[in-house]
Design a protein around this ligand. Structure first.
Ligand SMILES: *[C@@H]1O[C@H](CO)[C@@H](O)[C@H](O)[C@H]1NC(C)=O
Ligand SMILES: *[C@@H]1O[C@H](CO)[C@@H](O)[C@H](O)[C@H]1NC(C)=O
Ligand SMILES: *[C@@H]1O[C@H](CO)[C@@H](O)[C@H](O)[C@H]1NC(C)=O
Ligand SMILES: *[C@@H]1O[C@H](CO)[C@@H](O)[C@H](O)[C@H]1NC(C)=O
Ligand SMILES: *[C@@H]1O[C@H](CO)[C@@H](O)[C@H](O)[C@H]1NC(C)=O
Length: 597
């Protein structure tokens, strides 16, 4: 795109005033999806397609914003909302982001989003600068961080969730006002969420401090131009105090044990990984050996490395050795053994690329699949592996391993961007083959919770850049709004794509897969609906399960059903239709199966 100076001046006059400290030289608005069918001009210093993927992925965060919106906000169909959030606990928590397709605000996944984004941006920062997206990155990070600063502003307390399970379906003007704030405290701690927030603050502090993280033994990455020492210090101080809470407040426990009313949303499975992550980021940000020693001791005494499993908002254990390897290079005086953590990181990666990790498979179409984790939102675990492998590849112990990790990452990136049996380009609004019906109460334009799919027939607003859940195990994607496992969007689905795009721009990668020219979206085969979907009524497995249970005893089933009604509704993919709105991402919820009840 070329802008003459008059256009630039006019556009500058339209800029919102409450962006972060940096101003973009032009307002980025997502281009029409049809622009994705043209190959980029190779003489352009920034690949236009990757530029748009990056720009759209950040634009999605603006769509999700809550509270009072800035003047001239670029998402013109959004309104001010939930201005009283936090007032029940004496805080102003009106800002921040809505978590997903619904309107809750959830601290644990938000902290992971900020952490992951800061981590990747401290390696491929040049990509944000080159694409003129640094102002939007700054705005996105600050929107999250400022909300977290407020949520943790009372000494020894942290708000972990706003909103309750009653699912409201409709626009942003009539969100029900009863939105309770749930807290953890020094007396009733949430070790995981204290640690996760400490990571968010420490990693962002590193970024605002202008410190790049290593790409290889001989090269540091680049940071985007958003350095601000004042902000970096504020973030670091808060990171330190939250880490002290995680480390010292007893009993050390997962946060859903501390407060009633949060288990249904994002229950966490563990807190050790958050302790290791937060102390490592604090060691990176401060150079203080105490943090490095704590990280290493906790890693060792907890039986790490963890060489199986996915990485996501709840679980980051397999990624801890990679971060420690970066610490070893970045702060060579702390006595961290690079080779040990390099080898531990590769233990996990080699099991994936070697196809020998337990409870994993690759779908026929090529998507890497973690049993359990991929059954809902299948793209996220695969994209997280791709992102971590891209970030790590320069640190690998041999060129062949480095190539293997990059090749694996590329296969998953290609899948998400069109190289799949359905010809779907999974980020919404990106390509004519992108999903048309993401599950999002904000974007749908409907208010009939019993008729999410057809009220209205065409989604009112395009959710540009939103990565949807993804296909089922048969690579089938049904594009039905009511099917949250496949079509819902969420904050934590975004950072992997953002980091990948910044990496591609920073390394002058060629066009994404979809530019090669693709056929139309393939209609999903009838009866092919596998483990991922729920919009089509009961799956065969659920029918069999229920039939068996009826034989075993209707009364027993009824008793269990009442006791575990929410999980059963999710499992069987039916029930009151408002339950088609995602209401549980909890690790326990996702891992639940009929046998374990
Ligand atoms: C740095 O961040 C602080 C805190 O958000 C802000 O008040 C200040 O304006 C920023 N400084 C610059 C130079 O942008
Ligand atoms: C924002 O308000 C307008 C009316 O001013 C309404 O048409 C629109 O649907 C609202 N947006 C959302 C997301 O509800
Ligand atoms: C990378 O940066 C860190 C400080 O942030 C420094 O200690 C290290 O020497 C740098 N590494 C290289 C290869 O320049
Ligand atoms: C970055 O952090 C170091 C160590 O805490 C500090 O000395 C330095 O002034 C910081 N730089 C900026 C730009 O914040
Ligand atoms: C990408 O291209 C820019 C110039 O457009 C150049 O400065 C940079 O070194 C290139 N980077 C890589 C990794 O090739």
């Amino acid at each position: 795109m070329h802008f003459n100076s008059l256009q630039a001046v006019l556009l500058l006059a339209l800029l919102p005033h409450t962006l972060g400290q940096v101003e973009p030289t032009r307002v980025y608005l997502p281009p029409p999806a049809t622009s994705a069918t043209a190959a980029s001009d190779p003489s352009n210093p920034v690949n236009e397609q990757w530029n748009n993927i990056l720009g759209n992925a950040l634009y999605f965060f603006d769509i999700q914003r809550s509270g009072r919106l800035p003047e001239n906000f670029r998402v013109d169909w959004r309104n001010d909302s939930v201005l009283a959030d936090g007032s029940d606990v004496g805080l102003d928590l009106s800002g921040g982001f809505f978590d997903a397709g619904n309107y809750i605000k959830a601290t644990l996944p938000l902290c992971w989003v900020v952490t992951q984004l800061s981590w990747g941006a401290a390696m491929f920062g040049r990509g944000f600068d080159a694409a003129d997206q640094t102002a939007y990155l700054d705005e996105t990070l600050r929107t999250g961080l400022d909300w977290l600063l407020e949520a943790s502003s009372k000494d020894g307390e942290l708000v972990v969730l706003i909103g309750n399970e009653d699912s409201y379906w409709g626009g942003d003007l009539s969100i029900p006002s009863k939105r309770p704030s749930f807290r953890v405290t020094r007396q009733k701690p949430g070790t995981d969420v204290f640690g996760s927030c400490a990571s968010a603050f420490a990693s962002a502090s590193l970024l605002y401090n202008g410190t790049a993280l290593p790409l290889s033994r001989s090269e540091n990455g680049t940071v985007p131009s958003l350095k601000n020492s004042t902000y970096a210090k504020t973030l670091l101080d808060r990171g330190k105090s939250l880490f002290e809470l995680a480390k010292t407040a007893t009993p050390q426990q997962v946060y859903q044990k501390a407060t009633d009313g949060v288990e249904w949303a994002y229950a966490s499975s563990d807190f050790v990984d958050e302790l290791v992550f937060s102390s490592t980021f604090l060691a990176l940000a401060t150079g203080d050996k105490t943090y490095a020693d704590y990280a290493q001791q906790t890693y060792k005494s907890s039986g790490y490395p963890v060489t199986d499993g996915a990485v996501n908002w709840d679980q980051r254990a397999p990624a801890t050795p990679f971060l420690l390897a970066q610490l070893a290079l970045s702060q060579p005086n702390l006595g961290v053994d690079f080779s040990k953590y390099q080898s531990d990181t590769e233990g996990w990666m080699d099991r994936i690329t070697g196809g020998i990790m337990s409870k994993t498979l690759t779908t026929k179409g090529g998507l890497f699949w973690f049993e359990g984790d991929s059954d809902a939102a299948s793209l996220n675990p695969a994209l997280n592996v791709a992102t971590i492998m891209l970030m790590y590849s320069g640190l690998a112990s041999s060129t062949s391993k480095s190539t293997r990790y990059r090749t694996f990452a590329q296969s998953q990136i290609d899948y998400v961007l069109g190289k799949n049996p359905m010809n779907v380009v999974y980020p919404a609004g990106t390509h004519p083959n992108s999903p048309k019906n993401p599950q999002s109460a904000l974007a749908s334009g409907g208010s009939d919770a019993d008729n999410i799919d057809n009220d209205p027939p065409v989604e009112a607003h395009v959710l540009y850049g939103g990565v949807v859940g993804g296909p089922d195990k048969n690579d089938m994607y049904y594009d039905q709004r009511s099917d949250w496992k496949q079509t819902e969007v969420a904050l934590d689905y975004q950072p992997p794509l953002l980091i990948i795009a910044a990496h591609q721009i920073a390394t002058n990668a060629s066009d994404p897969y979809y530019v090669k020219g693709m056929g139309a979206v393939v209609t999903p085969t009838k009866g092919g609906r596998g483990s991922g979907g729920e919009g089509g009524g009961l799956s065969t497995g659920a029918k069999v399960g229920i039939a068996v249970s009826i034989v075993v005893g209707v009364l027993l089933l009824a008793a269990i059903a009442f006791w575990k009604r929410n999980q059963i509704l999710v499992l069987c993919g039916r029930g009151r239709s408002d339950k088609k709105i995602r209401h549980t991402r909890s690790a326990s919820g996702e891992r639940l199966n009929l046998g374990s009840m």
